[in-house]
Design a protein. Structure first.
Length: 362
């Protein structure tokens, strides 16, 4: 495999844009999916493979030891998806309790193992994938790892469960007031929060994919994508079939020879936050912006009923999100979603920005 290293490096150098030294670097746009002031170096999959080969061949380190070193150093590939409502839509996202939109889809990640999706060369296409809710439909056969590996022009994970951590960054607050002051400024009795979800691509829908838009209208061939939103099927939130309407029953009685109308489904959102999916609650009755950074790691080992689990709950997090099982169960192609929640009249989840970062071993 060592013979491919020079070609990979040459290819990367050819793709690097030439920037004169006296040319100022342009400021990143608000929608750019990079942390300009992060200061952390994020290797891409090719970087990781090149370094791995160098350590194995030059330093003569065993491959298993190299993998362990990479895990210890968190030398992983990653993807980033973000939405900044004020920068991109010029207004906040408001999620009101006891309304039709009290469960609001906000954002989805790229499939685990992919740093992006080919063909998303405009912001509109990017947002169509990132922020469009998938139609609730029952799962069929999930796409296998080979399908996603063929889409990437870079190395994809070798492990069955390659995910190492998921980082959620959320800036939000509630309506700023509530009856009673005993829990004000705490995460207790807070009825605005955020939950994670999980989606998988349906193999039957990706084989003839035409668009990243989850709409029946035809789109130009140039907008085609191998991973359309309409091919996504939810693992969570769960879905349930809607009862047939009177119109559907009348159509069946009019013509028995016609095929039955397609069944319709809806997402099922429990009244309360689910401890294994709850990312973060807002502080109760606090109108100031709060920035929460929540990390779920494959090394986490906190039992929901333990004292450490109670600490998570006191911090506004789901008690059952600290055991690491969610991250360890992710496979190549899995998609993580973020939903905003609010319950009861008067409660408003005000969202400024949401970001999700997924890290995996190559």
């Amino acid at each position: 495999m060592a013979h491919i290293v020079p070609n990979l490096l040459l290819t990367r150098f050819r793709q690097m844009p030439f920037t004169p030294q006296n040319h100022e670097t342009p400021e990143p746009r608000p929608s750019d999916k990079t942390d300009a002031d992060d200061g952390t170096y994020h290797p891409n999959p090719i970087d990781i493979v090149v370094v791995r080969i160098m350590l194995i061949l030059s330093v003569k380190l065993p491959p298993d030891l190299v993998d362990a070193i990479f895990d210890y150093a968190e030398y992983w590939a990653h993807s980033t998806n973000a939405i900044d409502y004020q920068a991109e839509q010029q207004e906040l996202q408001r999620i009101c309790g006891s309304s039709r939109t009290e469960d609001k889809f906000l954002l989805r990640s790229y499939p685990v193992g992919l740093t992006g999706i080919e063909g998303q060369d405009t912001l509109s296409k990017e947002l169509a994938y990132d922020t469009q809710e998938a139609t609730p439909l029952p799962r069929g056969t999930d796409c296998d790892a080979k399908y996603f590996a063929k889409l990437a022009k870079y190395p994809t994970p070798r492990l069955l469960n390659p995910a190492r951590k998921v980082v959620f960054k959320i800036k939000s607050h509630d309506q700023g007031w509530a009856g009673g002051n005993e829990d004000r400024g705490t995460y207790k009795a807070s009825w605005t929060w955020f939950e994670a979800g999980l989606e998988k691509f349906d193999a039957a829908q990706t084989s003839d994919a035409q668009s990243t838009r989850d709409t029946p209208q035809e789109t130009p061939k140039s907008d085609s994508s191998a991973l359309p939103v309409r091919a996504l099927r939810a693992v969570y939130p769960k879905i349930e079939q809607l009862p047939k309407s009177d119109d559907d029953e009348n159509k069946e009685s009019e013509d028995e020879n016609e095929s039955e109308p397609e069944a319709k489904y809806k997402y099922v959102h429990p009244l309360e936050g689910q401890p294994e999916w709850e990312i973060q609650r807002n502080l109760r009755a606090v109108g100031d912006w709060q920035e929460h950074v929540v990390t779920w790691s494959y090394l986490d080992d906190i039992k929901a009923e333990s004292d450490a689990g109670k600490v998570l709950d006191d911090q506004g997090r789901g008690r059952a999100t600290g055991d690491g099982s969610f991250v360890r169960s992710l496979v190549l192609g899995d998609v993580i979603t973020v939903w905003g929640k609010a319950r009861f009249p008067g409660w408003v989840n005000c969202v400024d920005s949401v970001k999700v970062e997924v890290y995996w071993a190559v």
